[in-house]
Design a protein around this ligand. Structure first.
Ligand SMILES: Cc1ncc(COP(=O)(O)O)c(C=O)c1O
Length: 352
């Protein structure tokens, strides 16, 4: 049982991923991503996205984002992104460092989402010429773009000569939430590069840059290698990614994480204010400060999300969150301790 709802990355890793690491450590393999594991990751991604892709495994989401953006944004240009974007708020502007000087230009938008109207205004007032657009799905607001919403952003990017990057630290949650084809949430909507997350959803530490536009692959490869991200023992990452993408583990885990968030929402909705639509695995609630402090004193862990207003807190479920964890938290949030389990919702998913 855990009382820690800080983030999905407090969780460990799926057994399939751990087994894959141990197996990959057993014998020799080619180095620098020329190994059979990385080849299979490329093949699996090509099958999942229904097109031939290039893949570049990395250890962190920050690296996936910054390398992707550096490859498509010259030093004197800019990246358009949401004001709440992780690349803006939490990565110390890594994309600016790795691009050698590009700037992030932020755009407002409700519920963590960008709109064509907002982007059009931002472009008109831009102090530097944007070369790229970065979109996050699932968003930092816990919401999810539909394929149509993404296509509108992709059309805007194309019309304005911008390359489109998707921060998919929680891409699996977005796919699980919409039921859309991964292709419809990426290249068919105009996405050129995806930071495909795994660490938050069952890997121990592995993300992969998926490049949909062939002509961009060499640029990504270059910055990936020059910045020290081309591991000699790449199989450490690729074995995790291969397991993650086998037998739909990534989707099973995300469906479970999303179902746990829905269970939490349903259990507390009549007693606690929920400040954003719950569409993935994140629930934002407003609490009286003494209530929040009492929960912390009881050992619960979660972030204060002042960005969304006073008294707003973020609760994140994950691939191994148990229904009992959620029910205990729900009871505590409702101000009742002990048992307090809510009836099962019947949609716990198929994950652990
Ligand atoms: C939306 C989003 N993008 C990127 C990242 C970066 O991941 P990492 O912490 O692995 O650099 C995170 C992690 O919290 C995230 O939430």
């Amino acid at each position: 049982v855990t009382k820690d709802f800080h983030s999905d990355n407090i969780l460990a890793a799926s057994p399939e991923v751990l087994d894959a690491i141990v197996r990959a450590a057993a014998g020799p393999a080619s180095s620098y991503g020329e190994d059979e594991y990385t080849t299979r990751v490329r093949q699996r991604c090509s099958a999942i996205f229904e097109t031939e892709v290039e893949v570049f495994p990395v250890l962190t989401g920050t690296a996936a984002n910054a390398l992707s953006l550096a490859a498509v944004t010259p030093p004197d240009a800019a990246v358009l992104c949401h004001d709440h974007a992780h690349i803006e708020r939490d990565e110390l502007h890594a994309a600016e460092l790795l691009s050698g000087g590009a700037r992030l230009l932020t755009v407002q938008g409700d519920d963590g989402k960008l709109t064509v109207d907002g982007l059009t205004r931002a472009l008109a007032g831009a102090t530097r010429k944007p070369a790229s657009l970065s979109v996050t799905n699932a968003t930092e607001g816990g919401t999810v773009y539909t394929p149509d919403e993404l296509r509108a952003l992709g059309d805007f990017a194309r019309a304005n000569g911008l390359r489109m990057h998707l921060d998919g630290a929680r891409f699996a949650n977005a796919v699980a939430s919409t039921g859309a084809a991964p292709a419809d949430l990426t290249w068919r909507a105009g996405v050129d590069l995806l930071s495909f997350g795994a660490t938050k959803n069952g890997a121990f530490g592995a993300e992969v840059i998926v490049v949909f536009s062939r002509e961009l692959a060499n640029g990504v490869r270059e910055v990936w290698q020059r910045s020290g991200h081309r591991l000699s023992k790449m199989r450490l990452l690729s074995a995790q990614l291969e397991a993650y993408l086998t037998d739909d583990l990534w989707l099973r885990n995300a469906r479970h994480a999303n179902a746990m968030a829905a269970r939490l929402r349903d259990a507390i909705a009549s007693d606690v204010e929920i400040v954003r639509p719950v569409q993935a695995n994140v629930v934002f609630v407003r609490l009286e400060r003494p209530r929040a402090e009492a929960l912390l004193a009881e050992g619960y862990r979660f972030y204060d999300w002042g960005l969304f207003g006073d008294g707003v807190y973020r609760l994140v479920t994950g691939f191994s969150t148990q229904p009992e964890d959620v029910d205990m938290l729900a009871a505590a949030l409702r101000g009742r301790t002990g048992g307090g389990a809510c009836p099962p919702t019947g949609d716990e998913g198929t994950g652990p």
